[in-house]
Design a protein around this ligand. Structure first.
Ligand code: ADP
Ligand code: MG
Length: 249
């Protein structure tokens, strides 16, 4: 049976301010669901809430993974169940190399499996980095320390490709990228989709990335509510009409 993530009437507040005001959406394995919306509409809040960030308080609603509520699950348990968040603003981690971070993540996740062979792992990691047009030595540097904006974004995609999540929530993986980096990031996202049939929630402010990653569904969020949702044809409508005219921005 295909895996499904369902968000039901989700209302979320931060510091007594209601941010999400009743969101309903479903993400199935194999789907690429683009979530668009102006700044401040609640896109990051949605992504963080799905991953279980403690700062976001759920007032009402539920998040179900294959029919089971995950609201009581820690972010770690959600990650082990195959959920992955690509951050809008990836932080640096001093003293930890990307390569050791990812090996540890794999060991923790796959308790029953033997740790990946370090030589084979390093080789594969570098090949993936190269494919994203990243300098391969970055994998042996401290996570994101001294990385450019584009390198940080590619780094998120690299982590995703290594961890092979069943569901990836990518929060503006395209923001601040030049066209070459955008193509590389899009290639990484398409690669995960083709190789693993993951369900992908692609959060974006700009339609630009949708020229490279074809969404199966598109939802527009505004002020904590879904104002429009549709199939791939909605991407064409946005292309023609402009996204602001649809959202009334
Ligand atoms: P988006 O990702 O669509 O730009 P966000 O989810 O980041 O939107 O923010 C939605 C709203 O929540 C905004 O009004 C923002 O000011 C508010 N918000 C987000 N994070 C916090 C926070 N940590 N504390 C207070 N308000 C926040
Ligand atoms: Mg955001």
């Amino acid at each position: 049976m295909a895996s499904t993530l369902e968000i039901k009437n989700l209302r979320v507040k931060i510091e007594d301010k209601e941010i999400l005001k009743g969101i309903n959406l479903t993400l199935k394995e194999g789907e690429i669901h683009a979530i668009m919306g102006p700044n401040g509409s609640g896109k990051s809040t949605l992504a963080y809430t799905i991953m279980g960030h403690p700062k976001y308080e759920i007032i009402e609603g539920d998040i179900l993974l294959n029919g089971e509520s995950i609201l009581e699950w820690t972010p770690d348990e959600r990650a082990r169940a195959g959920m992955f968040l690509g951050f809008q603003h990836p932080q640096s981690i001093s003293g930890v190399t990307l390569s050791s971070l990812l090996r540890t993540a794999m060991i923790v996740r796959d308790e029953e499996r033997r740790p990946p062979n370090i030589i084979k792992f390093t080789k594969e990691l570098r090949a993936l980095a190269k494919d994203l047009n990243m300098r391969t030595e970055l994998t042996e540097r401290y996570v994101n320390e001294g990385f450019s904006g584009g390198e940080r974004k590619k780094n998120e995609v690299l982590q995703m490709l290594v961890l092979k999540p069943r569901f990836a929530f990518l929060d503006e993986p395209d923001s601040g990228l030049d066209v070459d980096a955008l193509r590389d990031v899009a290639k990484g996202i398409n690669r995960l989709h083709e190789e693993t049939n993951a369900g992908i929630m692609l959060i974006t402010h700009y339609q630009r990335i949708l020229h490279y990653v074809q969404p199966t569904r598109l939802t527009i969020l505004k002020d904590g509510l879904i104002v429009k949702t549709g199939g791939p044809e909605l991407a064409e409508e946005i292309e023609k009409e402009g996204y602001e005219s649809i959202t009334g921005e």
